[in-house]
Design a protein around this ligand. Structure first.
Ligand code: SF4
Length: 422
């Protein structure tokens, strides 16, 4: 597919804050369904075999790898050390970049860059780059949050991706090309990516084979070469997936989207809980920590009057007391079509104090990039358009009723979302 790799426009949108800028780049002239596999998703031995079939020496694989992972080459046609004929064969067989179009929004004084990527078949996914300047006791970091699926089947009601529903699993190259796209921008500015978190669109453990292939590429010193300790995989609680990761041994950090410690409320906030209840999730995470020696990170989106009460904090203490764990409390991002808002900071501080008093390490995180829709799925939701007002009203009323019933201790009678119960 022909590409124009240029900055196309810089614009203001009525839906954006004044300080947000939009840049569209790597523009495909006509996005179509694209059958060629992504070159970055090819394992090194498969690439060597592909070269051998064409009579090419194995060292060409290293030259191709330098072009794919070096962060400076924008297309295989520009991979100078390769013979022109081989470049043509590679271009015919593989896509150098599976991201057909990338739209950037920058905010937080340039500290947060949200990217909306259009894939070859038109599916939209998101990644977010967060810059943490050096402070006393901590080095400068560039953390990239990436997607593993287009949409998500889990359907957490405080998440814009959950409202969009499930589109499809991402291919390995579509996952790692989010990293390569960001790396090209950083390398051009003399900067370097330091951390990757699988906390974007999708449930990584429901696309685990591709996620593991992507991690292998990101961790491989001959490819992206990022240390395993700098990679975090998040799950909303796919117990068989956690157990599979545990069997693989210490590889990377595991984060669990907890959100509530009581089943009735977690049934509402994380519908996957109807398939794998919170005690089973935490037991699997505890075994992972025991087997790998790696601390589990628990993420809790704080929603005013819903999951931020003293009873919720007490339940969390009971659930996690004595575990090798760290809890992150994050004020809910403003997401359309929910009846909820973020917990006030004094409430979050009280919640944190109760956890800390029980010996549970707890950090309050601040939201990044609210002006540009940094919450997972918000940019894709903008493109999907506004749902009909009656449907929005019904959704809000259902969430109010379900969370009220949950606070009274009633469990949901709805089954787990389709596609997550196998
Ligand atoms: S929070 Fe994560 S698991 Fe839940 S719907 Fe959103 S993307 Fe899916």
């Amino acid at each position: 597919m022909p590409h124009r790799s240029v900055v196309v426009r810089q614009a203001w949108s009525g839906r954006l804050s004044r300080c947000a800028s939009i840049v569209v780049m790597d523009v495909a002239i006509a996005p179509t369904i694209e059958d060629r596999p992504g070159l970055s998703g090819l394992a090194p031995d498969a690439l060597v075999a592909w070269l051998a079939e064409r009579g090419e020496p194995a060292y060409r694989a290293r030259q191709i790898g330098d072009a794919v992972w070096g962060g400076t080459v924008v297309s295989i046609e520009h991979a100078a050390p390769l013979p022109v004929g081989l470049r043509q064969q590679l271009a015919e067989a593989f896509r150098f970049d599976t991201l057909a179009q990338t739209e950037l929004r920058v905010t937080d004084g340039d500290l947060t860059e949200k990217a909306l990527h259009r894939l070859g078949d038109g599916a939209l996914i998101e990644s977010v780059l967060m810059h943490y300047p050096a402070r006393a006791g901590s080095r400068e970091r560039y953390t990239l949050c990436i997607s593993s699926q287009a949409g998500c089947a889990v359907g957490c009601p405080f998440c814009a991706t959950g409202e969009l529903g499930f589109g499809r699993d991402l291919q390995t190259a579509e996952i790692v090309d989010q990293v390569r796209s960001t790396t090209r921008r950083l390398v051009a500015e003399g900067r370097r990516l330091t951390n990757i978190v699988f906390m974007g669109m999708g449930e990584p453990l429901l696309n685990l084979d591709r996620v593991l292939e992507a991690i292998a590429a990101l961790n491989d010193p001959r490819r992206f070469g990022l240390g395993a300790r700098h990679i975090t995989v998040s799950t909303s609680g796919v117990v068989p997936g956690i157990r599979r990761l545990t069997a693989l041994g210490p590889q990377f950090t595991l984060a669990v989207s907890l959100h509530a410690a009581r089943d009735p409320l977690r049934d509402v906030l994380v519908p996957l809980n109807r398939r794998w209840p919170v005690a089973d999730v935490v037991a699997a995470a505890r075994d992972h920590a025991g087997a790998t020696g790696r601390r589990i990170s628990y993420e809790v989106t704080m929603i005013a009057g819903v999951n931020d009460t003293a009873a919720d904090a007490e339940a969390m203490v009971e659930l996690l007391r004595g575990d090798h764990a760290h809890v992150n409390l994050i004020p809910m991002n403003p997401v359309a079509h929910t009846p909820w808002t973020a917990s006030p900071m004094p409430v979050i501080e009280r919640f944190a104090a109760m956890l800390r008093a029980a010996g549970i390490e707890t950090t309050i995180r601040r939201n990044r990039g609210q002006e540009v829709g940094a919450a997972c799925g918000q940019l894709a939701a903008e493109h999907a358009g506004e749902p009909p007002a009656p449907a929005v009203a019904r959704r809000r009323a259902r969430l109010v009723a379900e969370s009220a019933a949950a606070l009274l201790g009633e469990r949901s009678h709805h089954p787990a979302p389709v596609g997550v119960g196998e």
